[in-house]
Design a protein around this ligand. Structure first.
Ligand SMILES: Nc1ncnc2c1ncn2[C@@H]1O[C@H](COP(=O)(O)OP(=O)(O)OP(=O)(O)O)[C@@H](O)[C@H]1O
Length: 603
């Protein structure tokens, strides 16, 4: 499994062509739309609540002006009702605004969490469905960031960002509107002040976009250095590279520190700039309003309200600026997620699958030509017939195409031309469950999922009873080993339970395959050298597993090869020798030389 994280801008982040961008934006919008659809009722209610809260809060200064201009004179005249109405009104909108604002947070969290849950499960199901070609090309580091940092970026935006942005925008619109209605001259002063505010915000956006990219890249480099050093810790310590690696890590960590400090400085400039513009606007409104009060054009209460409006107008701009980066990264994340969700498996399900109820296990390659992606041919023209029940061992130099043949039988990939068939049925015409029942692949890594040993074996056949699981373990010779674990078959195989040795893992994966009981077994034999008793047990288990079924084994051990019914020697995707092990060993070809070499090492 590759854990390499890309350094620098990832290919998907590099500027694409306009059409691709437009397609990406369309895909993003479609994804957002499809996530919103199930929660649209709640989202509309949320929008109404946000608008209601802002409308209520923005009416505060108007009530103040009413209180000053109408309430106080009436109070002096002995009528307290208008002043009381103003005070109670103000209290009322404070309560309504507060309640609605709190409700906004609660509702936004519910809407966003529902959308994110939907997105997360969709992502998991989708990436799980995608074929090996996709997974071999898409590094695990990237797939992890889709599920983590990208969904997190979206969460930040959906949880609070969108509502804050909407609330800020609405607050500015309502504030300006109220002021224009109350006194259009003061409103005009406010609108003029928008110009420097907008220029400053735009400047900040441009600078911060550059700075933010720098910061993200610097942060990615810190992670890459860390992951590389930790995954290569054995080599690092063995070759005493600690000092060199520390120096390299210090370098990237310092870069990250510098770019973060620069980002904070930019925020500081935006904030103080906006405060300055806000205060100058307040002074201008006060000056213009004061003169108008003196001239008798407006009342003092209106001036007070105008000053309050001017003060509250610029506050949300800083928030919009702060959210700009989150907004940017959420858009980028959405684009990447939408692109991933549009990936289609390159091995499609057949439209009209042909049944294969009782496979015998005859495998045929007819004129198969295959290469990865658009790359050169790995298998130029393969013809191969494996009768049902034959044990076939494949040997050959590295890169000869052995694993590729295995991946075509299991239909992890499709041939470019020609056909691969089982019992005369093209694998492309088999429904996935039929194919997976007929062909099982056991890989070198013998992957164990977290859970008990029994659960790991039962993956071969989820409907198997405990007796059947034990019988499978017995058959491949791992029963006694499992019995010795603290909780026997119920022992967890993760950090809470036992750590299985390489040989034990192989045996558990043999038991799993035995339980699956496929007609065709494809096996990439592990290269790991076991101690001799371990080796013998594994060999015995292997023999039981292979007995009575067709098997294609990428063989690394002489004993496996010599036990096979037939051996293929491959070179550059071509079969250069084909025969029984004895025949080939007695001949003068590649296998004979390989056999002689093996014999020599055995001493
Ligand atoms: N996912 C892939 N994408 C592109 N090329 C690949 C991929 N997997 C294998 N290849 C190429 O296909 C050729 C055959 O590889 P394959 O893994 O089938 O060889 P192999 O005989 O199994 O080798 P080994 O014994 O080293 O595992 C090699 O040239 C390899 O570089």
């Amino acid at each position: 499994m590759s854990t390499a994280l890309p350094s620098g801008p990832r290919p998907e982040e590099q500027p694409g062509r306009d059409t691709e961008r437009a397609a990406g934006a369309r895909a993003s919008l479609q994804l957002l739309g499809s996530l919103l659809r199930p929660v649209r009722g709640r989202a509309i209610l949320l929008a109404i609540t946000v608008a209601g809260a802002q409308l209520a809060l923005a009416s505060g200064p108007t009530l103040v002006s009413y209180g000053i201009d109408s309430g106080i004179p009436a109070l002096i005249d002995g009528s307290p009702a208008p002043a009381l109405a103003a005070v109670l009104g103000y209290l009322g909108i404070a309560v309504v605004g507060g309640v609605l604002a709190a409700e906004t947070v609660r509702m936004a969290a519910r809407v966003s969490q529902a959308m994110l849950l939907d997105l997360r499960t969709r992502l998991f199901r989708h990436t799980q469905r995608l074929d090996l070609e996709f997974h071999e090309g898409y590094t695990s580091g990237r797939i992890i960031s889709r599920q983590t940092s990208d969904t997190e970026a979206l969460r930040e935006l959906l949880d609070g960002g969108v509502t804050t942005l909407a609330a800020s925008g609405l607050s500015m619109v309502f504030t300006a509107t109220y002021l224009l209605l109350l006194d259009w001259v003061s409103g005009l002063v406010l609108l003029i002040a928008i110009i420097p505010g907008a220029i400053l915000t735009r400047w900040f956006q441009l600078r911060s976009r550059v700075q933010y990219t720098k910061q993200r890249n610097a942060s990615a480099r810190v992670i890459v250095r860390f992951v590389e050093a930790m995954t290569g810790i054995r080599a690092l310590q063995a070759f005493r590279r600690e000092r060199v690696e520390s120096a390299r890590y210090d370098g990237v960590a310092r870069d990250f520190q510098r770019s973060t400090a620069e980002s904070i400085r930019l925020f500081g400039l935006l904030d103080s700039g906006l405060i300055l513009i806000g205060n100058v606007t307040v002074a201008a409104v006060l000056l213009v309003g004061g003169l108008r009060v003196l001239a008798g054009d407006i009342e003092v209460g209106v001036l007070a309200a105008a000053v309050l409006y001017a003060k509250r107008f610029f506050a949300p701009l800083a928030q919009i600026g702060t959210f700009y980066n989150s907004f940017q990264s959420a858009i980028a994340a959405l684009d990447k997620l939408a692109t991933l969700l549009l990936e289609e498996p390159t091995v499609p399900e057949p439209e009209r699958p042909r049944p294969l109820a009782h496979p015998r296990g005859e495998v045929r390659f007819d004129g198969v030509e295959f290469g990865y992606g658009r790359g050169a041919s790995v298998l130029p023209d393969l013809h191969l017939e494996i009768p049902a029940g034959q044990n076939l061992a494949m040997v050959g130099t590295t890169g000869a195409g052995k694993s590729t043949i295995a991946k075509l039988v299991t239909r992890f990939y499709d041939a470019r031309s020609g056909s691969v068939s089982i019992d005369g049925v093209d694998v492309r015409d088999l429904a996935t469950p039929d194919l997976r029942r007929a062909v099982v692949m056991v890989t070198q890594e013998a992957y164990l999922f977290s859970g008990s040993v029994a659960a790991n074996i039962a993956i071969g056949n989820p409907t198997a009873t405990r007796e059947e699981v034990i019988a499978a373990a017995r058959a491949v010779g791992v029963h006694e080993v499992i019995e010795q674990f603290p909780q026997g078959y119920d022992t967890p195989v993760d950090t809470r339970g036992v750590r299985l040795s390489a040989g034990q893992r192989q045996l558990v994966s043999f038991a799993r395959a035995f339980l699956a009981n496929p007609a065709v077994l494809v096996l990439d034999e592990a290269t790991s050298s076991l101690d001799i008793p371990g080796e013998r047990i594994v060999q015995q288990g292997l023999r039981t597993l292979l007995a009575g079924r067709t098997s294609i084994v990428i063989a690394h051990r002489l004993s496996t090869v010599m036990n096979a019914d037939r051996v293929l020697v491959l070179e550059h995707g071509q079969i250069i020798e084909d025969g029984t092990p004895e025949e080939l060993a007695a001949g003068t070809g590649h296998f004979a030389a390989l056999y002689a070499g093996w014999q020599a090492t055995l001493g």
